[in-house]
Design a protein around this ligand. Structure first.
Ligand code: ZN
Length: 146
C-alpha cells in the first residue's frame, strides 16, 4: 500500500476509534461494557477487520472496551460475540456476517471521506451532548394547578 494510502487508512481508523470510544464512554460511564470494571481504552471489531474488510469502518461492527477485554477477545472472541448478540440482537449479528461476505477495496478517497465523516459525526454528537436542556415553558398563571 502506498504511503499516502496507509496514512489515510490510519486517519480513518483513528477517527472511527475516537468517535466510537467517545460514545461508549458516555453510554457506559467510562467503564468497559464487557467487564464493567476497567476503563475504555481500545476498540475492536466483532467480525475481524483483516478478513472482513468491508465492515472495517462500520460502527455496527466495532465495540469499545478495556485493553484486557480486547486482549481476551483476540484469543477467544466468543464472550464478546455473546455480549454483542445480547446487546444488539442475533439479527444484527447475522446481518453483519452476511454483509461481511461482500468484498470491497477502499480507495484513497474512501479513507479520506470516512475520516471526515467520523470527525463530523463526533463534532455533531458533542454539540448535542453539550446543548442545554430544552427550557420547559412555565405554566401560564391562569391555568389551574392540580
Ligand atoms: Zn473490559
Amino acid at each position: 500500500m502506498p504511503t499516502r494510502m496507509k496514512r489515510a487508512a490510519k486517519a480513518a481508523h483513528k477517527a472511527l476509534s475516537l468517535y466510537v470510544r467517545t460514545v461508549f464512554i458516555a453510554e457506559y460511564n467510562g467503564k468497559c461494557p464487557l467487564c464493567g470494571v476497567n476503563p475504555i481504552q481500545a476498540l475492536f471489531h466483532i467480525l475481524r477487520s483483516k478478513t472482513v474488510k468491508i465492515l472495517r469502518y462500520d460502527i455496527r461492527n466495532v465495540i469499545a472496551s478495556c485493553h484486557k477485554c480486547n486482549w481476551i477477545e483476540y484469543r477467544n472472541p466468543d464472550p464478546s460475540r455473546a455480549w454483542y448478540i445480547r446487546k444488539y440482537g442475533v439479527e444484527q449479528y447475522l446481518q453483519l456476517v452476511d454483509e461481511g461476505a461482500n468484498k470491497l477495496d477502499f480507495t484513497l478517497e474512501d479513507y479520506e471521506k470516512i475520516a471526515k465523516n467520523f470527525t463530523n459525526l463526533l463534532a455533531a454528537w458533542k454539540s448535542i451532548q453539550e446543548a442545554p436542556e430544552p427550557v420547559r415553558p412555565a405554566l401560564p398563571p391562569d391555568v389551574p394547578r392540580l
